[in-house]
Design a protein around this ligand. Structure first.
Ligand SMILES: NC(=O)C1=CN([C@@H]2O[C@H](COP(=O)(O)OP(=O)(O)OC[C@H]3O[C@@H](n4cnc5c(N)ncnc54)[C@H](OP(=O)(O)O)[C@@H]3O)[C@@H](O)[C@H]2O)C=CC1
Ligand SMILES: O=C(CO)[C@H](O)[C@H](O)COP(=O)(O)O
Length: 469
């Protein structure tokens, strides 16, 4: 049998669900897993109307696909991707297409493209977002690279993508590794927003002393405001889950040691390389790292004492409104940082990104989907080369109105001694970005003092050195 339209290697959370989604849309599919149990799980989850087969053998997998073959990889990033490609290569023919749908590092995608091009195999990276449910019922997908190869598979991806107002949340994004790069930034923004939500929850429980049920109700109700988004929605649901064994809210028995697969760290590392500040994403990565020092944090908690001096006179509803606006302000600042990184990266790597397209395909299906994405889309329609969302008149004036809430929230946290690094970094980013003058003239002078590194003057061109003593 060699009649399947599409094949996926890696039948874990993403691969299995994406394959079932594709089959649900009338395409015939084959999956490959090394573990036979995963192959049989795919078959057991497929429905009568679907044409699905599964195998553990690369040769049989490739044989079952129509030529030229369309194969997607959904295996962990790094070595597993190279190993999987190696296992398939002996069975492939020129003209076949491999799509890497995992969270691969973008430079790996560039390398693989060159290696596979030399063998006549089309290869492109396509970030996929939406988790388990998104993969099964409509993800957001971020393809880049080999445009002709993408065009051949476009009908499949458009059919399975999430739809917003009938528009599919997938579009060709740009050259080379653009697809994996854009997904990396998506995840960096995801880290920032998740950290901001976690800090909001911390302020509610530790500073405002709000009981669990009201915290849960508050997040749920915020999903009916301008904060409406997937991450706010699931926060309400997460906080409403009770532990079957202990009858307490599950959140209260989950360890605070946070794990990470690396895409947030990559965003920060690459931002430093490109000299684009993304402080809220950096803060989110830092706190996940700090969370791992549980023993040290325990010791420090009994040594480094601070008695809260926080006091508030506003009633609870008013304080929660302030917190709401502070969170909104900080989330928009986080998107602004990630989008600014995309704008710079687009030039630097010659991706040719269109930020309106990216905002459009992030409106549905993905983890950072939110109602604000439509506002960003409109901002990029007004100015496709907008260097920073904060410079858009509408977004800028909205944030200027909300900044007061961010300031009072941070004051409250500082007085209470509760860490809010993401809130602080978002406000500092905003304040630094809106400063026509920064104190970095002093840094220039110091550099010239100790290292004759030269400085520029505000009143004339050229570079200068002074004898400072
Ligand atoms: N989970 C999520 O929410 C999301 C994940 N992603 C990305 O998608 C990719 C897949 O993630 P996910 O489905 O969650 O991962 P899972 O761990 O659930 O599944 C990955 C599958 O890859 C196979 N695999 C593991 N190691 C190797 C290897 N060395 N060679 C070949 N196959 C291997 C395994 O199957 P077997 O051992 O049977 O071969 C496994 O089932 C990753 O890059 C991830 O970062 C992207 C978006 C969301
Ligand atoms: O890509 C994703 C969502 O968009 C994945 O869920 C991602 O792997 C989560 O990252 P981490 O494990 O580092 O929190």
């Amino acid at each position: 049998m060699n009649n399947h339209d599409f094949g996926i290697v890696g039948l874990g959370v993403m691969g299995r669900n994406l394959l079932l989604n594709i089959a649900d849309h009338g395409f015939s599919v084959v999956g490959m897993a090394r573990d036979p149990k995963k192959a049989s799980t795919l078959l057991s989850e497929s429905e009568d109307h679907m044409q699905v087969s599964a195998t553990t053998d690369p040769a049989s997998f490739v044989r079952q696909l129509k030529s030229p073959r369309a194969i997607m990889l959904l295996v962990p990033a790094g070595k597993p991707v190279d190993e999987t490609i190696e296992s398939l290569l002996p069975h492939l023919e020129k003209g076949d297409i491999i799509v890497d749908g995992g969270n691969s590092y973008f430079t790996d995608t560039d390398r693989r493209f060159i290696e596979l091009q030399a063998k006549g195999i089309h290869f492109f990276g396509m970030g996929v977002s939406g988790g388990e449910n998104g993969a099964r019922f409509g993800p957001s997908m971020m393809p880049g690279g080999d445009k002709k190869a993408y065009e051949r598979l476009r009908p499949i991806f458009e059919a399975i993508a999430a739809k917003v107002n009938g528009e599919p949340c997938v579009t060709y994004l740009g050259n080379g590794s653009a697809g994996n790069y854009v997904k990396m930034i998506h995840n960096g923004i995801e880290y920032g927003i998740m950290q901001l939500i976690a800090e909001t929850y911390d302020l509610m429980r530790k500073v405002l002393g709000i009981k669990d049920s009201l915290i849960q109700e508050t997040f749920s109700s915020w999903n009916n405001t301008n904060l409406k988004s997937f991450l706010i929605e699931i926060t309400g649901k997460v906080l409403n889950k009770f532990d079957g064994d202990t009858d307490v809210r599950l959140i209260n028995v989950i360890s605070d040691v946070a794990r990470a697969k690396g895409t947030g760290k990559w965003t920060s590392q690459n931002a430093m390389d490109l000299q684009v500040p993304v402080p809220t994403i950096d803060a989110a990565v830092n706190i996940r790292d700090l969370s791992k020092y549980k023993d040290q944090r325990r010791q420090a908690s009994s040594k480094l004492i601070w008695e809260s001096t926080a006091h508030f006179t506003d009633d609870q509803t008013e304080i929660l409104n302030t917190l709401h606006d502070a969170l909104y302000f900080s989330i928009i600042n986080t998107y602004a940082q990630g989008m600014a990184q995309l704008q710079v990266a687009s030039e630097h790597y010659d991706y040719g990104l269109n930020l309106e397209d990216i905002s459009r395909i992030w409106r549905g299906g993905c983890i950072i989907r939110s109602v604000s994405l439509e506002d960003f889309r409109q901002a990029y329609i007004r100015d496709p080369r907008l260097p920073n969302l904060l410079l858009d008149d509408k977004i800028g004036s909205d944030l200027s109105d909300k900044q007061k809430s961010a300031r009072s929230t941070i004051k409250l946290a500082v007085d209470a001694g509760v860490a809010v690094p993401a809130f602080m970094s978002a406000l500092s980013y905003f304040d630094a970005y809106r400063s026509a003058e920064l104190p970095t003239n002093l840094i220039q002078a110091q550099r010239d003092y100790f290292g004759a590194h030269l400085y520029e003057r505000t009143d004339s061109t050229g570079t200068y050195h002074s004898i400072w003593d």
